[in-house]
Ligand binder design. Structure first.
Ligand code: AGP
Length: 612
């Protein structure tokens, strides 16, 4: 999620903008920039890396203008670079825009603008806004031009704009990405930000914009309208949070915040990538290798930790829906194996949230050295894995701050479902099956919301089970990797030993662990192996081990066998890992809290393991 800050008043804007960006640093970003209106023109400064780099860049020629906007970028389109950092300007450099969100139809808009002579400087979707507004402003007022341009946009935006032609104005608009306005206590300074944490040093009186609303900030105040420019009265809210609370929003930890962001992540991963009519995935990031993908006869997936678990789910998906043989290999092992690889027929998929994991990078370079087609399923745009793979699918999960991966794992699994759909429809998957998958993907956000509503119940269960020294997580087929992922969460943040096992393996050893002191967490939702899971639970019950089961809504049978159940909505088996993992994330999170631990800072762990 990018950060936006803007100021209009009587003080120099630069320091206020830099201070606001520093307060947004916790959100994670890869570059920053600002635009200040100064002596009738717009002075911009941009830099890759931390806000300190931008401060240094600005230091040499600090504009004294008292109107400005600034931005920290979490790249979604275009690698982190000075050119791609915001603000973006129009051809004449008279309009500067900062933007948070995704413009789905940016390529179409850009092609049209280029055909009419507009010259672009970056690879971002945002720059399209600056040129589109410029074009409309040649025949409309700036406010009308902004409203007209946003009517052409498909996607989400939280944006702020300044113009040399209207030096005492900041224009703001919102659809899908947060925007808050700050009202200076003396009524002569006004602010805009993507998050209240950038404003609390200056004011606690704020106005939250809602979707499809626009605002104009001037020296005398804030005017708010709809995108159709119809006046809209907005209430003033008093912020009474502490800075610490603001940075995590209403959540006590980033991990909780990121678990609760998952409905939005499920929507963002597929946004602009599903063709419902054709039952297809539209993956622009694979276009350059599409013909090679048609000929692929074997796929190897490499990753570590949660990324490897996502790969294991992807293995089932691709084999079932695209009928391409898949092998998942831990990156730390792959790179030291004498792998046999036919570069004409094999693709290697590197999965990584950070895109900087040393083992995954090492394995990727091995695969490239052998000539394989390499794809990335990555969150961090511009990361090394993203840059070194031939093509890929970004998961658009936004920065994942907590060390334990939750929303990125979910995004990776959904990205694999898109890849499976794409590969399947290149092969023998019917349009009908594709349409069903598209419909189920669209239904995910509200199903995830429904599970999150059970947070209090799952917190109580975590407390109930918090005294146990070890647990066995069991699942079959698509949910065997979910068992492993759930066990990993418990290990890494609650420090409780947990094993994730394919349930069929239980009788080949782990069942010896089971007695009243060793609970089983079972993924027993209705699917093709439900009857087998139920038999496994009978075996567990016969050993008096407590059972906590994730079940499908309405399932009465497992209710008889389990001590506790968490019900999740039905979906197709292929997507069940996306729903089933959420109770396990919450269970581990609340277990850590119940044990007096900090889920955001687990001992011995780093967010990105950039060493071998
Ligand atoms: C997941 O909760 C862990 N923090 C860890 O296993 C992580 O998934 C692994 O290190 C891979 O990281 P990456 O996705 O950034 O490559």
């Amino acid at each position: 999620m990018c950060g936006i800050v803007g100021y209009i008043g009587k003080r120099p804007a630069t320091d206020i903008l830099l201070d606001g960006l520093r307060r947004l640093e916790y959100r994670g970003y890869d570059s920053a920039g600002m635009a200040v209106v100064h002596d009738g023109d717009i002075r911009t400064a941009k830099s890759v890396g931390r806000v300190a780099n931008l401060a240094q860049a600005v230091g040499q020629s600090r504009p004294s203008g008292t109107v400005g906007i600034a931005h920290t970028r979490w790249a979604t389109h275009g690698v982190p670079s000075d050119e791609n950092a915001h603000p973006h300007v129009d051809c004449q450099g008279g309009i500067a825009v900062v933007h948070n969100g995704i413009i789905e139809n940016w390529e179409t808009l850009r092609r049209g603008l280029e055909s009419r002579g507009h010259v672009f400087r970056s690879q971002t979707d945002t720059e399209v806004l600056a040129h589109l507004i410029e074009e409309y402003a040649s025949r409309l007022t700036l406010k009308d031009a902004l409203a007209a341009a946003l009517k052409d946009v498909i996607g989400t935006f939280g944006l702020a704009l300044v113009s040399a032609a209207e030096p005492r104005r900041i224009y703001v608009a919102r659809r899908g990405s947060p925007i808050v306005l700050g009202l200076g206590p003396k009524g002569d300074e006004f602010y805009v930000a993507s998050d209240p944490s950038a404003l609390v040093a200056y004011t606690r009186d704020v106005v939250y914009l809602d979707d499809d609303e626009l605002a104009v900030l001037s020296d005398v105040g804030v005017e708010t309208t709809t995108l159709d420019l119809v006046h809209r009265e907005k209430p003033i809210t008093k912020i009474d949070w502490t800075m610490e609370e603001i940075e995590r929003g209403r959540f006590p930890h980033f991990m909780a915040k990121e678990i609760f962001e998952q409905p939005a992540v499920a929507a963002n991963v597929v946004r602009g990538r599903l063709d419902a009519a054709g039952g297809r995935a539209v993956l622009g990031g694979l276009a350059s290798v599409d013909e090679r993908l048609r000929k692929i006869e074997r796929i190897t997936i490499i990753g570590c930790g949660s990324a490897a678990h996502a790969g294991l789910v992807g293995e089932y998906m691709i084999e079932e829906y695209a009928e391409v043989p898949v092998e998942v290999q831990l990156a730390s092992e792959y790179r030291y194996r004498r792998t046999v690889l036919d570069p004409e027929k094999e693709a290697v998929v590197a999965v990584s949230q950070s895109g900087e994991t040393a083992d995954t990078l090492g394995a990727l370079r091995e695969a490239k050295a052998r000539g394989a087609l390499t794809l990335g399923i990555v969150n961090a745009v511009g990361s090394t894995v993203a840059r070194e793979t031939d093509a890929g699918v970004f998961i658009h999960a936004g920065p994942e701050i907590a060390v334990a991966s939750t929303k990125a794992f979910l995004g990776q699994v959904i990205a694999f479902s898109l890849l499976s759909l794409h590969l399947g429809r290149q092969r023998r998957m019917s349009a009908q099956v594709g349409e069903r998958l598209v419909a189920e993907l669209h239904a995910l956000p509200q199903k995830i919301e429904k599970i999150l509503q059970q947070d209090a119940k799952i917190r109580a269960l975590a407390r109930k089970y918090s005294g146990y020294g070890g647990m066995l997580y069991l699942g079959r087929r698509y949910n065997a990797p979910v068992a492993a992922e759930g066990a990993l969460k418990l290990k890494e943040i609650a420090y409780v030993h947990a094993e994730g096992y394919a349930a069929g393996e239980m009788k080949h050893g782990p069942i010896a662990l089971l007695d009243r002191s060793f609970p089983v967490v079972a993924l027993a939702t209705k699917d093709g192996v439900y009857a087998k899971m139920r038999s496994n639970l009978e075996e567990v019950r016969a050993r008096q081990a407590p059972i906590l089961a994730v079940v499908s809504e309405g399932d009465e049978e497992v209710l008889r066998l389990a001590d506790d159940v968490i019900a999740v909505p039905r979906t197709i088996e292929m997507l069940s890992p996306i729903l089933n993992v959420i109770p396990l994330q919450l269970f581990a999170y609340h277990m850590a809290v119940a044990r007096g631990l900090d889920p955001d800072k687990p001992r011995n762990l780093a967010k990105s393991v950039t060493v071998e």
